[in-house]
Write a protein that binds this ligand. Structure first.
Ligand code: SF4
Length: 294
């Protein structure tokens, strides 16, 4: 069996930076917390938790959980970022904040704030409820989140029919959003608002991984994506692989590859493409490849 890796896969700059920050905070000693899982990868999280990282429950809103009141220690903010109100709330509870918000997410937040403060109607192409979107909404509270072009017609009929008067509309994106869907949403919105400004804030790391996978699809019979089940960008890679018409699966680690019977299924193919989500550590992808080629 031949395994071909996508030219770009695995950890992006922002995730690597967040993991390195967590490791150096843990080395400094004292209590180190993270507001929600630092990254969407259970294997890496287990490693960090074994070193002492404690995960605080989030409520997926922009307010803090009361049970963390009067806390001490260092609290890491994830690469997805949080709203200014939530950050202030966490500081108010006594934590020292180590901000691992990815600089690209931070730039997106500041852009959203700038448009909002200028009185413009902000549209965000993204997944409602995703941590990055929850944080972004703290910077542009009246922004309209649009998940797909179809959703624009179904849930935002007033916008789709252009029955609301809005000022200087602008469209930005969740940094990990699909480029195709962003273009479709932009097209749909532009039909309603010809003066729409389109600012593609999708991260190049996301685009690189998606493009490398598209390039790989025609070269192989089936595709395997290494990544966590709750990782949005891993799921996006799976969607891209499947939309090529090739069979494709997500696997979290080498154990799951064997235990789920997927290794057996894949043994029926002579060449397999391998990609990995932006929160998948290299050691997990290596172990999957090794298991597959064994
Ligand atoms: S995908 Fe891009 S924006 Fe998101 S954490 Fe990685 S580098 Fe940052």
């Amino acid at each position: 069996m031949k395994i071909i890796r996508a030219k770009a896969l695995g950890y992006c700059f922002g995730v690597r930076r967040a993991v390195e920050m967590a490791e150096s905070e843990l080395e400094r000693g004292g209590s180190v917390y993270c507001y929600g899982p630092l990254i969407h990868n259970p294997d890496e999280m287990k490693k960090l938790e074994a070193k002492g990282l404690k995960i605080l429950a989030t409520n997926n809103t922009n307010s803090t959980n009361n049970e963390n009141r009067n806390s001490e220690g260092t609290l890491l903010i994830r690469a997805h970022g949080v709203s200014p109100a939530l950050e202030a709330g966490l500081r108010g509870q006594g934590f020292r904040i180590a901000d691992a918000t990815c600089p690209k997410v931070k730039a997106n937040q500041l852009k959203a704030a700038e448009y909002y403060q200028a009185g413009r109607q902000v549209f965000i192409a993204g997944e409602r409820g995703h941590a990055e979107i929850v944080g972004l909404l703290g910077y542009a509270p009246d922004a309209v989140v649009v998940g797909s072009k179809e959703e624009l017609t179904a849930n935002h009929a007033n916008h789709a029919n252009n029955t609301v008067v809005i000022k200087k509309p602008v469209l930005i994106a969740q940094t990990t959003f699909s480029t195709e869907e962003f273009d479709r949403i932009a097209q749909g919105l532009q039909a309603c608002y010809p003066d729409l400004e389109i600012v593609n804030t999708i991260c190049p790391a996301t685009q690189e991984r998606q493009n490398a996978l598209r390039e790989l699809c025609p070269q192989v019979e089936a595709l395997l994506i290494a990544g966590g089940k709750s990782s949005a960008n891993t799921q996006r890679l799976l969607d891209i692989a499947r939309s090529s018409g090739k069979p494709a699966w997500v696997v979290e680690n080498a154990n799951e590859l064997v235990e789920s019977g997927l290794k057996m299924t894949l043994s029926g193919y002579t060449n397999i493409g391998l990609s990995a989500g932006a929160s998948t550590p290299e050691w997990v992808t290596d172990a999957i490849e090794e298991e597959l080629s064994r």
